[in-house]
Design a protein around this ligand. Structure first.
Ligand SMILES: [Zn+2]
Ligand SMILES: [Zn+2]
Length: 266
């Protein structure tokens, strides 16, 4: 099987990943991937916002390390991208980031449901106990919808990240995504099949099959990402992700070059 491009790779600049971009690229070649994309955690306007992203003055170094991988692996197409946190009020900063380098795409992700709670952070797992899961999922989905509608992003990351620790609302969360589909269509964004979920407590690709089927029904295109934080995770479980995409009717995925998108066969 020809594996799709892995568009969600991190680098040690985010302070919680290991391995240089050249090593991720080498692993991709081993697997026979033709294309990958680095999308490390983008800086925030304030470097002390949290401790799991590159700092503002490291953007140029990030680009240089990706370019080093390009030089070392000329047979591999290597895209330059960022995973950008969406927080309401940060639109100006995100536009500034978008203009800073010739990005191939920007992944917009919601990790924060408030100013200081990144719901996927294991160190803040206790906060889940203080809230009704339905409330957290609702707040998460509202932000996700705003991210999609903002027009700032090409891809929305790990659609149902709220399930990471397998904490679910009492009722089926699918209706919480209803507004998201319209926003995704209007904002012209794709979603990713992110296999990191298989390595978390939820033991399931992001998004769940029912959500992916809804995405397909609403004409939302897809990309694939391992969310690798180590070279060994590149392309992880991609056969399973492709099978999932096909099972709900996808026959194409999107490719990005300098933020222009093209549909290619799956
Ligand atoms: Zn990360
Ligand atoms: Zn993320």
């Amino acid at each position: 099987m020809n594996l799709p491009a892995d568009y969600h790779l991190h680098t040690p600049l985010c302070r919680h990943a290991v391995g240089e971009p050249v090593e991720y690229a080498a692993r991709a070649r081993e697997l026979g991937l033709e294309e990958i994309g680095f999308s490390d955690h983008a800086p925030m306007p304030r470097d002390d916002f949290d401790d799991w992203r590159m700092r503002r003055n490291q953007l140029a170094e990030y680009v240089a390390r990706v370019e080093q991988a390009r030089r070392a692996h000329p047979g591999l197409r290597i895209k330059l991208a960022l995973e950008v946190d969406y927080l309401p009020g940060q639109e100006g900063w995100i536009r500034e980031l978008a203009a800073a380098q010739p990005w191939d795409y920007l992944i917009g992700s919601v990790h924060y449901v408030g100013e200081d709670w990144d719901i996927d952070n294991p160190q803040k797992l206790g906060r889940w106990q203080e809230h009704d899961p339905a409330e957290v999922w609702r707040a998460y989905c509202e932000r996700l919808t705003r991210a999609a509608a903002s027009g700032l992003f090409d891809i929305i990351g790990h659609l149902d990240l709220a399930k990471k620790f397998a904490i679910y609302p009492a009722e089926d969360p699918a209706p919480l995504f209803a507004a998201f589909w319209a926003a995704a269509r209007a904002g012209g964004v794709a979603i990713e099949l992110n296999t990191a979920g298989l390595r978390k407590d939820c033991r399931e690709i992001y998004p769940a099959r029912a959500l992916l089927a809804a995405a397909r029904a609403h004409g939302v295109p897809i990309t694939f990402g391992s969310d690798a934080h180590a070279p060994g995770e590149v392309g992880a479980d991609f056969e399973q992700a492709v099978a999932l995409a096909r099972s709900v009717g996808y026959t194409q995925r999107v490719q990005f070059t300098q933020r222009r998108r093209a549909l290619v066969p799956l």
